[in-house]
Design a protein around this ligand. Structure first.
Ligand code: GDP
Ligand code: CO
Length: 681
């Protein structure tokens, strides 16, 4: 198969959504075409790769009193390797339609050597098992599973898990074109091939939604979908302040998910179900509500929207029925989501009033939601249906008894994420020798535990990059006393505002650029007549001599972007004079232990705060630790939950007063190791 590879992709929190991608050919042949370089215009997925997914895919077929010929046609369109799961809510009274469906499925499976599952939504054993295993929300007041396609879909998801499949796709059984059915499933399989996240979804946009009325004519994509997409996009635009029309499949009945994702969503009763799935994804993982599921936040949810080649032709129930029964629930789930802002809600109310779905002044009714199927105790469910399960399989007794794996529920959300902010000079690095050897063991164990180690120092980008390289640290870092934050490009999934890109880093700028600082320094010199010697005025050799750094390190120390290091010599009074001159020229300064840093806007505390916010957006709960040695670490230490202070070379602590500050009785790296050893276990 071959799909178009152009178009937009949008990131909303940890959710990544593709704009609609067109399928170009259903069979792309056996020759592998290689593209020279860059992003190819089209993406080809091999037949083997498609098969591989189909063997792990269950297709749920909701069915309510559909024409048996049409039903049979749909079956014949489902690829052989997929497991078919029919969830029927057809009448069993005067004519037992369910029995007919069982017969059709049974004959089909016999002729094609396939296995399938079929069960009735109103089966009282199923209802009991659901109640016993903690999912009563799906039952009606008679204690049976409620009517509705979405309830049928949830049953399908549960059966797909019991059968040991990894993906679930939905296909309506009122589809007149088996070739279209085949294409939908191929789209699903292609999608799970190209979406890397284990939490993925494929949603299909029909190219046309034709109607049957005497003659066939092709009508552009249905009206309900058009309206639903419009308000869905409006909600996202209002929320994120950027105009988008990325959502094209808010009502897509034809869609598929990894079961890992399906288990985590809230499902609406009635016709709002497909819209609500998207809402549920964005609410939970779009940065709207606090992230609860760290694994999903890390790996991200990926949604592929595709457009079909085959037209969609199904039983029409009239525009009237569509508007009243579909538009109201679809817009209601958007309206009642925390995703929708005030304007979106007002517009939805107006639309529903104009369409006659609600009366003037009437409130938009709320659509009841069902909790994520993860809530259900799968082992218990399986246990209480033990004897019934073989009856649901075709041929009788095959699938569930032989293949059902013990389903292990996903792990509970982990403990809060820890983040370490550390100063370098005099803390991780020895104040005299610059050695970090004493830290190495503890640093390794922190890294093994996955605790981010964020450098927060007066050092420049090039100096810090050298240490990151040597120590194998891959986390963001704060340069030049909070002058800027460097964040590896793919480090966070959540999008954030940054000022510029540098190689593989996104950079948030807090301080004034070096060029502007030089100008102000020059002004200070002229006005005060003091030398105010900075690293820029010194040769590499001079810097090396002054600092005790190697030539290479001295060179890197000179490469300043957001501050200038000043060597202020003389007695206390002379130094004070120099500092006043800086102030008068609009520069701030901090004392870094030996030298003064001149700058404007740099803020270690603010930088720590910004990064902490980013960690929280991505991982939910976060506990921060900070460690430093001198006065200029105070803003960083004030910002963290657990501040530590190590001894300076002269065996004294810097004069920092903070309520929670823990003072460690050891110099630099020894103190570092001692303070953080417990974090690492
Ligand atoms: P539309 O095609 O989106 O207009 O919606 P339909 O009413 O045609 O239903 C879509 C699919 O869901 C069809 O295959 C129906 O047979 C099926 N369906 C409708 N209601 C129910 C129900 O209560 N339970 C189950 N299991 N399937 C249903
Ligand atoms: Co239909």
């Amino acid at each position: 198969m071959r799909i178009e590879n152009t178009g937009t992709t949008e990131h909303i929190g940890s959710v990544k959504i593709s704009g609609t991608r067109r399928m170009l050919e259903l069979d792309s042949g056996s020759v592998t075409t290689t593209t020279a370089r860059g992003k190819p215009e089209t993406e080809k997925v091999s037949l083997e790769a498609i098969r591989n997914i189909e063997q792990r895919l269950a297709i749920v077929l909701p069915c309510k009193n559909e024409d048996l010929k049409v039903f049979e046609g749909v079956l014949s369109g489902i690829p052989h390797d997929c497991l078919m799961i029919v969830i029927s809510n057809s009448s069993r009274e005067s004519i037992d339609s369910f029995k007919r469906e069982q017969e059709v499925l049974s004959r089909f499976c016999h002729d094609t050597q396939r296995e399938a599952l079929i069960l009735h939504q109103k089966d009282s054993f199923i209802a009991r098992a659901l109640e016993d295993s903690g999912y009563p929300e799906i039952l009606d007041d008679k204690g049976l599973v409620r009517n509705g396609k979405s309830e049928g879909m949830i049953l399908g998801i549960i059966m797909a898990i019991l059968s040991g499949r990894e993906y679930v796709g939905f296909i309506d059984t009122d589809n007149y074109i088996p070739g279209a059915v085949l294409e939908y499933v191929k789209h699903y399989a292609l999608g799970f091939n190209i979406l890397p996240s284990p939490y993925s979804m494929v949603r299909i946009q029909w190219r046309y939604k034709p109607k049957v009325s005497g003659e066939i004519y092709f009508k552009r994509w249905g009206r309900v979908s058009e309206i639903t997409n419009r308000y869905f996009n409006h909600a996202i635009s209002e929320r994120s302040n950027f105009e988008t029309d990325i959502i094209r499949t808010a009502n897509a009945g034809e869609h598929a998910m990894s079961l890992d994702l399906a288990l985590r969503l809230h499902y609406a009763t009635g016709y709002g179900v497909e819209t609500q799935e998207l809402i549920s994804i964005l609410e939970q993982y779009g940065g709207i509500l606090p992230v609860t599921d760290r694994d999903v936040a890390e790996k991200g949810v990926e949604i592929l929207q595709t457009e079909t080649i085959n037209p969609h032709l199904h039983k029409e129930k009239g525009e009237e029925h569509l508007l009243k029964e579909m538009l109201l629930p679809s817009l209601s789930v958007i309206y009642h989501s925390p995703l929708a802002g005030e304007t979106t809600r007002q517009l939805i109310t107006r639309e529903l009033t104009e369409q006659g779905c609600i009366n003037e002044g009437e409130l938009v009714p709320e659509t009841p939601l069902m909790p994520p199927p993860m809530k259900l105790d799968m082992e218990k469910f399986k246990g209480s249906l033990e004897e019934r399960l073989p009856l649901y399989s075709v041929p009788s007794g095959v699938i569930l008894t032989s293949k059902a794996p013990g389903f292990t529920p996903p792990p509970r959300p982990e403990a809060p994420v820890r983040v370490l902010f550390t100063d370098l000079d005099g803390t991780l690095l020895h104040p005299v020798t610059y050695s970090y050897v004493a830290c190495l063991d503890t640093l390794r164990s922190l890294q093994e535990k996955g605790i981010p180690v964020v450098f927060c120092s007066a050092k420049t980008r090039s100096e810090q990059m050298a240490y990151r390289e040597e120590l194998g640290v891959k986390d963001p870092f704060i340069v030049e006393n909070g002058g800027a934050i460097y964040i590896p490009r793919d480090y966070f999934r959540f999008p954030f505002a940054y000022d510029f890109e540098y190689e593989d880093y996104l950079v948030i700028e807090l301080g004034l650029r070096f060029k502007e600082i030089s100008l102000r320094l020059e002004k200070a010199r002229q006005e005060s007549g003091l030398p105010l010697t900075g690293f820029a005025d010194m040769s590499i050799e001079e810097v090396a001599l002054k600092t005790g750094l190697s030539l290479k390190s001295a060179e890197m120390a000179k490469q300043r972007e957001f501050s200038e290091t000043l060597v202020l010599e003389g007695d206390r009074q002379q130094v004070q004079q120099a500092l006043n001159a800086l102030k008068n020229a609009g520069l701030d300064y901090v004392f870094g232990g030996r030298f003064y840093e001149a700058m404007a806007g740099n803020d270690k505390g603010k930088a720590v705060k910004i990064l902490t916010e980013l960690y929280k957006l991505n991982y939910g709960e976060v506990v921060t630790t900070g460690i430093g040695d001198s006065e200029n670490d105070q803003p960083m230490l004030a910002e963290v939950d657990e501040p530590y202070l190590v001894l300076k070379a002269d065996k004294h602590w810097a004069g920092i007063k903070l309520p929670r500050l823990k003072k460690i009785k050891a110099v630099g790296p020894e103190g570092w190791s001692r303070a953080l050893k417990d974090l690492a276990v």
